[in-house]
Design a protein around this ligand. Structure first.
Ligand code: URA
Length: 239
């Protein structure tokens, strides 16, 4: 149960006072009835957005919320980095959500593909935990043809990236053409895929993430598109 004013304030609809004003103006409707008390206690269930409207629109999904996005090229994953961020692709109001939304790991500005954004701390930590070994699958386009030895180097579990001390965990390389390959890694080190190919004398010219665990980027999803992750899809990450 949550107080209505706190619930809507935490979803970014305004301060509690502003939410109280919305209620006073009969702008919050639950199961067809205008709510009159901003302090009313509401059961926060997953179906609430289908039962409650705020200013005539379905209420935003309450926490815990995970968003599946097809990250386009040219946007950054951090609030702190310069440039347009993935958060700007979501409704403006969501920037005021509490708990806040964070990306699960990061994709470079020049990397596209499957990105998860969540306010569910335990889920985030489970996905990025090295112990969970959740596989991330990338398709890399390369500057130079593969030499043939890369798969063995990456699978060995002995490759140490420049400036690092610890060897990378074994990774799987599947050639897809002379200058294209799928690389499946279970860690998430800084610029890992680009640095792995640099370590074998190549250069990544394009990079796309197609899969996290057992969850594929839906084929019909255009770059920049997003939607809430379903419970089944959330489970697929660990499948
Ligand atoms: N590895 C990279 O080099 N970049 C990404 O965005 C993700 C993995």
């Amino acid at each position: 149960m949550a107080r209505l004013d706190r619930l809507l304030a935490n979803l970014g609809y305004g301060s509690r006072r502003e939410v109280a004003d919305l209620v006073r103006h009969r702008q919050v409707v639950l199961d067809g009835a205008e709510l009159r008390d901003a302090g009313a206690r509401i059961a926060v269930t997953a179906d609430l957005p289908s039962r409650m409207t705020v200013v005539g629109q379905p209420m935003d999904p309450p926490a815990p919320l995970t968003v599946l996005m097809h990250k386009p090229l040219g946007v950054v994953c951090s609030h702190r980095e310069e440039g347009r961020s993935v958060y700007e692709l979501l409704p403006r109001r969501w920037r005021a959500r509490m708990p806040a939304l964070s990306t699960i790991g990061r994709l470079d500005k020049d990397t596209s593909g499957l990105l998860l954004i969540t306010d569910d701390g335990p889920f985030l930590h489970r996905v990025i935990s090295p112990k969970a070994k959740v596989a991330k699958s990338y398709v890399a386009t390369l500057d130079r043809p593969l030499e043939g030895s890369e798969a063995e180097v990456f699978a060995a579990g002995t490759l140490v990236l420049e400036g690092e001390r610890d060897a990378l965990a074994p990774a799987v390389l599947e050639p897809m053409g002379p200058t294209r390959a799928r690389l499946i890694i279970t860690e998430g080190r800084y610029h890992q895929v680009r640095r792995m190919f640099a370590a074998v004398g190549n250069h990544v010219t394009a990079l796309h993430r197609e899969r996290i665990g057992g969850l594929d980027l839906p084929g019909e999803m255009e770059p920049g598109a997003w939607r809430a992750l379903t419970v089944e899809e959330q489970a697929a990450v660990f499948a």
